[in-house]
Design a protein around this ligand. Structure first.
Ligand SMILES: [Zn+2]
Length: 329
C-alpha cells in the first residue's frame, strides 16, 4: 500500500508538477525577455525628439522645426528627386536616424543647436521655398510631393543596431564597394559599417572622374601641408601605393619621402574619393578616381541602382548597414 502511494505521488509529480514548474520558468523567461525589450525601447524618450534645433550656418540663427518637416528639406537636398521612390524612402530613414543619433549623442559641436544645414559638416538642408525656386514648373509639382511621400510613408522609422539608433553615414557613390569607418577616418569601427559591394553604380555620372595637376603644383600643394616634403621625379618608384582598404581605397601611399593616407591626398587635391589611380604623365600627375564621397554607409546611387532592380527601402538599408533592424519609434 505504501509503495502504491509513493508510486502515485511520483506519477503526479512527473505528469503535473514538472510541466507546471517548466511552464512557470518559461513564463518568467518570457516576462524577463519582454521587459528587456521594453527597457531597450524606452531607453530613449523619442517623443521629445520630434523637434530639431537647426543651425542655419549662413545667418547663424537657430530654428526649431518638426522632425519630419526638417527631413523634407534634408531629403530634397541630399538626394536627386528623380531617384526611385524606394531610394528616397531609404534616404528619409537614413536622414531621420542620422538626426536622432546627433540629438541623442549631444552633438555639442553647435552649442544649443542639434544639427546644422551644411552637408560637409552635418546634413544639407534647404527650405521648401528655396528648393521650389530651384526647380522648373513641372519639377515643382512632381518632386516636392515625392519627397514628402518618402518621408511620410516611413514616418517614425529609424535604423537600430542592438536597440540603439546607428550613426547612419551615407555618401554619393562608392565606386563599387563601401568601406569601414576605421579605414576612412581611423579610430574604432561601428560593427554595422562594413565594406559591401553594390553593382550598377557605374551607370551614374558620379562613378568616375579625373584630375590633373602639373608636377610643380603637385609639389607645392603637398608642401602646404608638409614643409619637409621632397620628391625626385628623375628617380624610379617615387610614387607607390603601400596599402589598400577593405573597400579598395588607398590607405597608405608613399610619395617621395612621405607616407600619406589616401584620405589626405583626396583632401589636398580635392579628389572625389580616396579610390584612385595615380600616374606620372610627362610634366603632369594624373588621378583617375572612382566613386564620390567618403564611401562609408549607404551609397545613394547604389540605393537607386538597387531600387531600379526591385529592392525596397528596407532591403536597401540592410544591404548597406550590416546586422541592423528597422525600428518604429
Ligand atoms: Zn554641423
Amino acid at each position: 500500500m505504501r509503495k502504491l502511494i509513493i508510486y502515485i505521488l511520483c506519477v503526479v509529480f512527473l505528469c503535473f508538477l514538472i510541466p507546471i514548474l517548466f511552464t512557470k520558468n518559461l513564463k518568467n523567461n518570457l516576462v524577463a525577455k519582454t521587459e528587456e525589450i521594453q527597457s531597450v525601447e524606452t531607453t530613449y524618450d523619442y517623443g521629445k525628439y520630434n523637434k530639431v534645433k537647426l543651425l542655419h550656418t549662413k545667418t547663424e540663427e537657430i530654428e526649431e522645426i518638426d522632425l519630419d518637416t526638417y527631413l523634407y528639406g534634408v531629403v530634397s537636398s541630399e538626394m536627386p528627386a528623380n531617384f526611385e521612390m524606394e531610394a528616397l524612402k531609404a534616404q528619409a530613414v537614413v536622414a531621420r536616424t542620422y538626426t536622432l543619433y546627433k540629438i541623442i549623442n549631444n552633438n555639442s559641436k553647435h552649442g544649443e543647436a542639434s544639427i546644422c544645414d551644411d552637408s560637409a559638416c552635418c546634413q544639407a538642408w534647404i527650405s521648401k521655398e528655396d528648393r521650389l525656386n530651384k526647380w522648373n514648373e513641372e519639377e515643382r509639382q512632381n518632386n516636392w510631393e515625392k519627397i514628402v511621400s518618402a518621408v511620410n510613408e516611413t514616418k517614425g522609422k529609424i535604423i537600430t543596431y542592438e536597440g540603439k539608433p546607428i550613426n547612419a553615414f551615407f555618401h554619393s557613390n562608392s565606386g563599387g564597394t563601401t568601406d569601414t569607418a576605421t579605414n576612412v577616418w581611423g579610430g574604432s569601427n561601428y560593427p554595422y559599417l562594413q565594406a559591401v559591394t553594390t553593382s550598377g553604380e557605374d551607370a551614374y555620372s558620379q562613378y568616375s572622374s579625373e584630375a590633373t595637376v602639373t608636377k610643380d603644383e603637385f609639389i607645392s600643394k603637398i608642401k602646404e601641408n608638409h614643409s619637409d616634403f621632397e620628391i625626385d621625379f628623375s628617380k624610379e618608384n617615387q610614387i607607390e601605393i603601400l596599402e589598400y582598404t577593405d573597400g579598395g581605397r588607398i590607405k597608405t601611399i608613399k610619395i617621395g619621402n612621405l607616407n600619406l593616407s589616401g584620405v589626405e591626398i583626396r583632401t589636398i587635391f580635392g579628389l572625389r574619393s580616396a579610390r584612385f589611380e595615380i600616374t606620372i604623365d610627362g610634366d603632369n600627375i594624373k588621378f583617375n578616381v572612382l566613386g564620390y564621397g567618403h564611401g562609408v554607409g549607404m551609397s545613394q546611387t547604389g540605393a537607386d541602382s538597387m531600387a531600379k532592380k526591385g529592392a525596397n527601402y528596407e532591403e536597401i538599408i540592410k544591404h548597406f548597414y550590416t546586422g541592423v533592424e528597422i525600428t518604429n519609434i
